[in-house]
Design a protein around this ligand. Sequence first.
Ligand code: M6P
Ligand code: ZN
Length: 189
Amino acid sequence: MLTEIDFPITLALDPESDIFDPCPQVTPRYLSDLKMMFKDQQAVDEILKEENRLIYEIRYYPFRTSKSDMALAVTRIFPGNIGGEYHMTKGHKHERDDQPEVYYCVKGEGFLLLDTLEGEFQAIPWRAGTITHIPPMWAHRVINTGTDLLVFIGVFHLSAGHDYEIVAQKGFSYRVYAVDGKPALIRQT
Ligand code: M6P
Ligand code: ZN
């Protein structure tokens, strides 16, 4: 028997602004929110003295029905770098080890970094149209290496949960820097 939350929901993503409507939740992530994720803490502090830069924002829609939960998130990462390290998402692993996600790059260029606790690592070059299935147990972070916005869509179960702590403690195996204006992956020891 259908309840009032069991009806289809359709959203419209504006191809110019990459903003969808209706959008019940917007989460801005400022430099102060992901301060510890960047390697060069001195560069972070210097920038923070001047401005708390907006690095990216997440627009989010939770689809809850009486029998399921899914979520859609559209993330817009602004171009730039902090001490040479490109703007990126905080990065997370799902709390639940049985929860995958699909990422779809709508526009821009960069990398999707993927890491496991067993030491597996991948850096997937990303451009408009790239779609990656992120299996359970892989931490994921998106890097914008371009000069324009990088926009991507993530689709996942709400119940997956976000574990940021593991990324804050362990970091990812690689960082991505602008070297002579080009992206370079630098292995972290
Ligand atoms: C995707 C999804 C979201 C996530 C967002 C930003 O849209 O994976 O769940 O919140 O990217 O990534 P992060 O949470 O790591 O900042
Ligand atoms: Zn995720």
